[in-house]
Design a protein around this ligand. Structure first.
Ligand code: ACM
Length: 522
């Protein structure tokens, strides 16, 4: 009798084990589209029945052969290739009936999707990304990447079924400007570092790369008419390293690389303060015509280009002209922050003139919030970072605002007191705080319609390697990407942090040195 009982218990246990293992494998296989941990969260996701399987017979089919769409097809092929080992052909094809293909369809029919939105339909035998503009197709492709297992991000061949669940995603951004800034002046970063940062940020549909090209500690862009800027001003950085600069060819290469990822480059030459590197390069830019010595410390607010000399404006016109010719985007950033040794009565006419120079080049000015003190031109943009009353003044003068509140969006702020580098003058910025803010609720007097978008800057006084940039930027930049993409009413920290935990696997495969915050159950 006792043996019989034992046998029955054993049988029951075995059945239980079989049922359990079936149900977990079913759960893995059966994950629905609406349960996928996509970041930023799409506007709407409807799960369908069944799934799509990518195979070595799949093709990437383009509805239109235009250069932009071709590039997006090639981008998708290259992102899928290393892990799958599939060299998917990119073909122009009106035939919509091929098996297991991915169709990229440009069609100017869906007004809700706007310039950057897309509709991604996954069926058992085909995937279609439909968009009004190529930017929308690109965003659809970035979402599609996240639907495969994280192995898809590997640079080496992986075994996987490459199955994704069926359904329909409709998606478009809340804000048209979703930026990330890198300070390459305090410490210089190589072209390949910059490209990696652009590639990673664009995964999360960020679309503006603001590059801080000049500051007291270094000048980072070749200007043919004024070669000492790089010959002298490019040779220093914080702590006394060798610095560096981008040749015009390298800068154009960065611009092209960014454009292929739906990222516009916004170059910044910081004026009239933060100018020691240029003042060391050319004596005549100083009111006393004495060249400054190179600076490798981290103080701010001590330098000023001479605003009372006509030759200063000739110099600036030349610099902006060359930069503007290399920059297809609409904006030039003129800095304007912390100009503590330029008197207000000199600062205001100076910023007014900068706006005229930039307008003549066919571009719009962006400046840090202090530029709101000037007579803002229509189409000048104020980037709020520190002083709310400046940002409000900018809005009162008719400008739109880019929201970069230091206490929520500065990625060089330490996570907590244990963070080994970074600063804390705007407070500690943990992962939750960097996600859990609402652009239109930050400053009384600045409403949704006054805001162009959001930007996450990273200043590099204390950050000197790409590994450390990644540690400070990730995972916070992922959350700020969602702040820019999703309306506040659709965001929720408790739900987001579950998606972020899963996203961590993807970051790991990509080799991103992210900060493993204990706020996330990685
Ligand atoms: C700034 O952080 N000085 C714009």
């Amino acid at each position: 009798m006792r043996t019989k009982l034992k046998q029955n218990i054993m049988r029951l246990l075995i059945i239980l084990l079989i049922v359990l293992s079936f149900s977990t494998s079913f759960a893995n296989y059966g994950i629905k589209l609406a349960e996928m941990p996509i970041i930023p969260k799409p506007f709407s996701v409807v799960s369908g029945k069944g799934s799509f399987k990518l195979s070595d017979k799949s093709e990437i089919c383009l509805s239109t052969s235009n250069i932009e769409v071709n590039k997006i097809g090639a981008f998708l092929r290259e992102k899928l290739r290393p892990a799958t080992g599939f060299m998917l052909p990119v073909v122009e094809s009106a035939d919509q009936n091929g098996k297991n293909n991915i169709y990229l369809v440009l069609s100017q029919t869906n007004s809700v999707l706007g310039d950057e939105g897309y509709q991604l339909t996954i069926g058992a035998s085909r995937i279609e990304i439909l968009a009004n503009k190529s930017a929308g197709l690109f965003n659809g492709v970035q979402t599609l990447r996240q639907l495969f297992s994280e192995k898809i991000e590997s640079s080496t061949h992986q075994n996987d079924s490459w199955i994704i669940p069926a359904g329909v995603i409709r998606d478009f951004p809340e804000y048209s400007y979703r930026g990330f800034m890198l300070d390459v002046a305090r410490h210089f970063f190589s072209v390949s570092d910059v490209k990696r940062y652009i590639d990673l940020a664009s995964m999360y549909k960020m679309n503006v790369f603001h590059i801080h090209l000049s500051d007291d500690q270094g000048w980072r862009i070749e200007i043919k008419k004024w070669p000492e800027l790089t010959a002298t001003g490019g040779k220093s950085q914080v702590g006394g390293g060798t610095g560096g600069f981008y040749t015009q060819e390298q800068y154009r290469d960065i611009v092209k690389y960014a454009a292929a990822r739906n990222v516009m480059v916004v170059p910044e030459i910081d004026l009239p303060g933060h100018t020691n590197a240029m003042l060391a390069s050319y004596a005549h830019l100083n009111c006393d015509t004495k060249a400054k010595t190179l600076y490798t410390g981290t103080e701010v607010g001590f330098s000023a280009i001479c605003t009372s000399k006509e030759s200063t404006y000739t110099f600036i016109e030349d610099v902006f002209k060359e930069i503007s010719e290399m920059t297809p985007g609409n904006y030039i950033h003129i800095g304007g922050d912390e100009s503590h040794v330029t008197k207000l009565e000199d600062y205001i006419p100076f910023v007014n003139r900068m706006q005229g120079i930039v307008a003549k080049l066919g571009k719009h000015v962006i400046g840090w919030d202090e530029i709101a003190l000037s007579d803002l031109k229509a189409n000048s943009f104020v980037q709020y970072w520190g002083k709310a009353e400046n940002a409000v003044l900018g809005v009162q003068k008719g400008a739109k605002v880019i929201m970069s509140p230091a206490m929520y969006a500065y990625l060089d702020m330490k996570y907590d007191s244990l963070t080994p580098f970074g600063l804390n003058w705007a407070g500690y910025l943990d992962v939750q705080k960097s996600y859990d803010w609402i652009p239109e609720s930050i400053v009384p007097g600045i409403k949704r319609e006054n805001i162009l978008g959001v930007e996450a800057p990273i200043w590099t006084e204390s950050i000197s390697s790409m590994k450390n940039i990644e540690y400070m930027a990730f995972p916070r930049i992922v959350g700020i990407a969602e702040v820019g993409w999703c309306s506040a009413s659709t965001r929720n920290w408790k739900e987001y942090k579950l998606r972020l935990a899963k996203q961590g696997k993807r970051l790991k495969v990509l080799g991103v040195n992210y900060y493993p915050s204990t706020q996330i159950a990685w």
